[in-house]
Write a protein that binds this ligand. Structure first.
Ligand code: ADP
Length: 320
């Protein structure tokens, strides 16, 4: 049986990663498995930035955002030579298996390492909710809460000024943050890569909200990298009765103390990762499906189609 495992965080950080590190460390050490922290993702693995983690080392991190292990990107990890260096380091430290907390890029690295004889299990740590093999990713609910808090505040001030708030949120390939925030805040319009963006049509709809529906405020939530929201807000001012104001929420969405739902999700997933490694399983990622924690082969997970949001999009449309 595996005696020593490593844990790392990779790619973009997400609130709840610390809760996952803690769960892996506590569950493993409680059954006599040694845990090593690998700092700064795959970069630290290659460079040997590796240290033992005791149960005390993960005290007082459950409520902290970010990741105590640091995160980094190392595009060179795609090269076999670089991964061979990483495997050498792991062998030097006696690490037989690794829990990788990150997004789908990190999963690819985990799969490649598994194929080289180091069993790896992936945990979905990303605020974007863009991993098809799990209903929810670690960090999504916290980021959503941050967005909803900010938008609620914007609405208070905007409705006093006949304003149209155009709020840019994170999540480009996956519009869940925008759509879920739109439903939660009663937005008038949500624009994501799934809905597409027809500027003329959006301006027409805003004029209708103003002239026909007599709304004194309109809220547009838009995923990042779809359009320049500052420019779009100016067009709102020029072509509709609203005064358009853009707000780019930016990196505040990644920060903050994880909400309980993320702490629980991260703890359950961390436990599952250790259990899978103890069964000698690698090359899988952990997800929730209909409330159950499951292990899914990474290869299968990476090839799954994006989750359909038709039902939620219809709900949104019926609520406006
Ligand atoms: P995320 O994990 O959040 O999707 P990235 O796509 O940046 O973030 O991936 C994180 C890291 O995973 C990369 O910097 C790289 O070290 C590693 N990685 C990404 N794709 C691959 C791949 N195809 N093979 C091996 N490692 C990869």
């Amino acid at each position: 049986m595996v005696k020593r495992i490593g844990v790392l965080t990779s790619g973009g950080d997400a609130p709840g990663m610390n809760a996952a590190i803690r769960a892996v460390t506590r569950v493993a050490t409680n059954i006599g498995i040694e845990v090593y922290g690998i700092y700064d993702g795959y970069r630290g693995m290659v460079e040997g930035k590796i240290q033992p983690l005791t149960r005390r080392d993960v005290s007082d991190i459950l409520d902290r955002g970010g990741t105590m292990l640091g995160s980094a990107r190392l595009p060179e990890f795609k090269s076999l030579e670089v991964r061979e260096k990483a495997v050498e380091q792991l062998k030097k430290f006696g690490i037989e298996a690794v829990v990788v907390i990150g997004g789908d890029g990190s999963y690819r690295g985990a799969l490649a390492l598994t194929e080289m004889g180091i069993n790896c299990i992936g945990l979905p740590g990303t605020i974007d909710n863009d991993i098809s093999s799990t209903d929810e990713t670690i960090g999504f609910n916290t980021a959503l809460t941050t967005i909803v808090d900010a938008v609620d505040k914007l609405r208070d001030t905007s409705s006093s000024h006949h304003r149209c708030s155009v709020v840019e949120v994170m999540g480009n390939r996956c519009g869940d943050l925008a759509l879920f925030a739109g439903i939660s805040t009663g937005a008038e319009i949500v624009i994501t890569s799934e809905t597409g963006f027809d500027e003329g049509e959006v301006l027409d709809r805003l004029r209708e909200f103003d002239v026909v529906k007599k709304k004194n405020h309109a809220l547009v939530i838009i995923s990042e990298k779809i359009t320049d929201v500052e420019v779009f807000a100016r067009k709102v001012s020029q072509h509709t009765g609203f005064s358009g104001r853009a707000t780019i929420l930016g990196h505040v969405q990644r920060g903050g103390s994880p909400v309980p739902a993320d702490r629980i999700l991260a703890s359950r997933m961390g436990e599952k990762a250790v259990d899978l490694l103890m069964q000698g399983i690698g090359g899988q990622c952990v997800g929730t499906q209909s409330g159950n924690i499951v292990g899914v082969p990474i290869e299968e997970a990476l090839n799954m189609p994006a989750k359909s949001r038709k039902e939620l999009q219809n709900l949104f449309d019926r609520l406006v």
